[in-house]
Write a protein that binds this ligand. Structure first.
Ligand SMILES: CC(C)CC(=O)SCCNC(=O)CCNC(=O)[C@H](O)C(C)(C)COP(=O)(O)OP(=O)(O)OC[C@H]1O[C@@H](n2cnc3c(N)ncnc32)[C@H](O)[C@@H]1OP(=O)(O)O
Ligand SMILES: O=C(O)CCC(=O)C(=O)O
Length: 305
């Protein structure tokens, strides 16, 4: 991390701690604020009562730890995200703090800047066009069902899963996102994952182990894969092999919301195309004290809701 990046992060953090927030709010007030436990103490621990989710949808998330909402993000927005991603890949814009990842098989090679060499951009909080995703009312409306109000965007990614270079390195091993996060509580965190095109097993869709959000955070390490593993792509060491994997086939604009303890990963991209998804992770910080405590241990940029 270079010095500019470090000092920019530090400034952001200090601004938050001072309560002088630079970024406009992305909060979307709950229509019926209240704690999830207030309404159905036995039944609902993971969702909030706010008239957005049907009873069936709430029960599904509670039981499975994920929920797919069809056709949530418009084609026009997805096209704008694509355009901006391409500009970043061509190095026409260089948002502050952005991490650009390349697949491990080409990480050390010479390259011409293009979307063919970028497997992921991460932490695009300073790129207004990509960060717009985190502020879309249709996304926030659902995020709030899992986090409650006072939402913060914590981590952002646009994944451009490359066609596999023959080493199966395009796979993302099964893991729990909470492994990467130093803040809590886990039930106040949700990931939004939006398909930017049709995604199925051929181009490496998301695979989830339903219900695993009810278990603890498990130890992770690197998988022993012959072809190599992308940096930080840790796998869960052990999980119940009897727990059937569900492959989420999704259309452009469909969005899956999932709990940070849900075990998930994605398969090899066997197609010739670059499979794109837009992701962000959000969390609720329930009160000022918890917000400050979490901010002090959190490495990612945070926007306050
Ligand atoms: C919930 C969510 C968080 C789940 C996930 O997404 S898991 C994946 C999270 N990924 C990350 O956190 C990436 C963290 N970022 C980084 O490690 C770095 O910033 C990089 C993206 C690698 C870029 O590092 P940077 O120093 O700016 O650039 P360099 O090109 O000089 O790379 C530094 C050393 O890393 C190597 N590298 C780059 N890309 C990969 C790769 N895909 N897999 C394995 N190694 C890689 C690169 O070859 C270089 O190695 P050395 O020359 O130092 O030996
Ligand atoms: O979209 C993918 O390939 C998987 C992404 C993922 O599991 C993650 O970044 O946590």
């Amino acid at each position: 991390m270079d010095q500019n990046h470090t000092s920019s992060r530090l400034r952001i953090l200090l601004r938050h701690l001072d309560g002088c927030l630079a970024r406009p709010t992305i909060s979307h007030p709950a229509s019926r604020p209240g704690s999830p436990a207030t309404f159905h103490p036995q039944q609902f621990q993971y969702t909030w009562e706010n008239n957005v989710l049907s009873l069936e949808q709430r029960k599904f998330y509670e039981e499975n730890g994920f929920l797919v909402i069809k056709n949530l993000v418009s084609d026009a927005d997805i096209q704008r995200f694509r355009n901006e991603f391409q500009r970043i890949c061509r190095k026409e814009v260089k948002p502050l703090g952005l991490l650009v990842m390349r697949d491990v098989t080409i990480a050390k090679s010479e390259y011409v800047p293009s979307e063919k060499v970028v497997s992921k951009v991460q932490d695009f909080q300073e790129d207004e066009e990509l960060f717009r995703y985190c502020t879309l009312p249709e996304i926030l409306k659902y995020v709030e069902c899992f986090t409650g109000p006072n939402i913060m965007a914590i981590h952002t990614m646009l994944i451009n899963k490359p066609p596999d270079f023959g080493k199966k390195t395009s796979r993302h091993p099964l893991h729990q996102d909470l492994h990467y996060f130093p803040f809590r509580p886990s039930n106040s965190i949700v990931c939004a994952w939006t398909a930017m095109e049709h995604i199925d097993r051929n181009n490496g869709c998301l695979a989830v182990l339903p219900g695993t959000h009810k278990g603890p955070l498990q130890p992770h390490d690197y998988p022993q894969w012959e072809g190599g593993v992308n940096i930080m792509f840790h796998r869960i060491q052990d999980y119940d092999k009897n727990n059937a994997r569900v492959h989420l086939v999704m259309e452009k604009g469909d969005t899956v919301f999932f709990h940070p303890l849900l075990i998930h990963g994605s398969g090899r991209n066997k197609s010739q195309g670059f499979r794109k998804v837009h992701i962000h992770i959000t969390a609720l910080f329930e009160d000022e004290c918890m917000r400050k405590k979490n901010l002090m241990i959190c490495w990612a940029h945070i926007s306050q809701g």
